[in-house]
Design a protein around this ligand. Structure first.
Ligand code: CMC
Length: 332
């Protein structure tokens, strides 16, 4: 499904370079490509979008379940729990050998992730849940479920909608990583896919995997200003591996993470709409010093996908603890 050449910084889905997909496609097209092996024709795309769009609503009891979480519950814990709970709403999902049943769960899982994610955020913010708007695109609808307050209609900013599509495309698949392996490991005993996905979400939550984007933001805030970057680098080097700059290093990419390059370019487009995130200057300084320091070069430590994504998400007004959730949605 995915081809990675870590030494050359190459990432392809089904033979298509990630750069081309990020430039030319929307997220649902790429999800179709990842699942079925080919990009959809117009008819296939229309049917696919219709099927996903018409499964975005959650059973009302899911809201009651969410109401039981503490006000400060981490949204990733809420997501893992409610995805597991979906298995009780769709008991037929355990018929994993029935292709039609499987296809239905694919639609449900992709469709309901943004709704669950947005509801988790609204719960923690004490805001009423916003229901899906089927007129909007996948990413546009997610933005309105997150951020609509009192207006009857939410005007989706096309630049931010596009940015979210690109970020989702970059996160769609990545070979046998920790969470994908968890999904397949659990799935091999043939439970319903919601149960397996809940385990995969737990695997993604860790700070060395999908939780790294959240930790990058916290790290940049702790560093505080550009002039304190050298002192931080010194601390990393003296700690003997204990202090790790988050968003650096990768099990596979030992040259450069091609996703980080695309995200860095995207940041400028987003900042034109949102204003520049001052944390970017700290990040750029950290990258500049690290890439000229033998400690990082000899260990082949380069910025990864999580290094810049959080800075964009923060500019778009996503709260920091939502960042791993923003990884989990497209990875589903
Ligand atoms: N900062 C400082 N040193 C590091 C870092 C880092 N971020 N990452 C690895 N190292 C060092 C490590 O201490 C070791 O040094 P030594 O040879 O002196 O013992 C050397 O580099 C090799 O480390 P490793 O643990 O063998 O590397 P790995 O390839 O197994 O680890 C990693 C990959 C992603 C877990 C690791 O680089 C890391 O912890 N990075 C920070 C967390 C992070 O950004 N994770 C997101 C990964 S990308 C998104 C995703 O797909 O999940």
């Amino acid at each position: 499904i995915t081809f990675i050449d870590g030494d050359r910084g190459i990432l392809n889905y089904r033979g298509y370079p990630i750069e081309q997909l990020a430039e030319k496609c929307d997220y649902l097209e790429v999800a179709y490509l990842v699942l079925y092996g080919e990009l959809p024709t117009q008819d296939q795309y229309d049917e696919w979008v219709f099927d996903i769009t018409h499964h975005t609503i959650l059973h009302e009891n899911v809201k009651d379940l969410m109401a039981g979480f503490r006000y400060d519950a981490h949204p990733m814990g809420m997501l893992a729990s409610t995805v597991a709970a979906l298995s009780t709403f769709y008991p037929e999902a355990k018929n994993v050998h029935d292709p039609l049943v499987r296809r239905r769960q694919v639609h449900r899982m992709i469709a309901k992730m943004p709704t669950l994610a947005a509801f988790a955020y609204r719960h923690s913010a004490g805001l009423p849940y916003v229901y899906p708007d089927n007129v909007l695109s996948y990413c546009g609808n997610f933005l309105q479920m997150m951020f609509r307050i009192t207006d009857a209609k939410y005007d989706v900013n096309p630049v931010l909608e596009r940015a979210l599509n690109v970020l989702f495309i970059l996160h769609a698949d990545h070979e046998q990583n920790c969470s994908t392996s968890a999904m397949r490991g659990i799935g091999s005993s043939q439970p319903d896919p919601y149960s397996a996905a809940a385990g995969a979400i737990a695997a993604l939550y860790g700070p060395l995997h999908g939780g790294a984007n959240e930790q990058v933001l916290r790290m940049l805030k702790d560093i505080g200003s550009k002039d304190r970057v050298p002192a931080f680098i010194k601390e990393v080097k003296q700690s003997g591996g204990e202090v790790r700059p988050m968003g650096f290093g990768h099990r596979v990419y030992k040259n450069y993470d091609p996703r980080a390059r695309i995200i860095k370019m995207l940041a400028d487009q987003v900042f034109e709409v949102t204003g520049r995130n001052p944390l970017l200057d700290i990040a750029l300084e950290l990258e500049r010093i690290a890439l000229s320091d033998d400690y990082f070069l000899s260990r082949k430590l380069y910025p990864n996908v999580d290094f810049y994504s959080g800075i964009i998400y923060q500019a778009m007004k996503f709260p920091v603890d939502m960042y791993p959730v923003l990884f989990a949605i497209p990875r589903m």
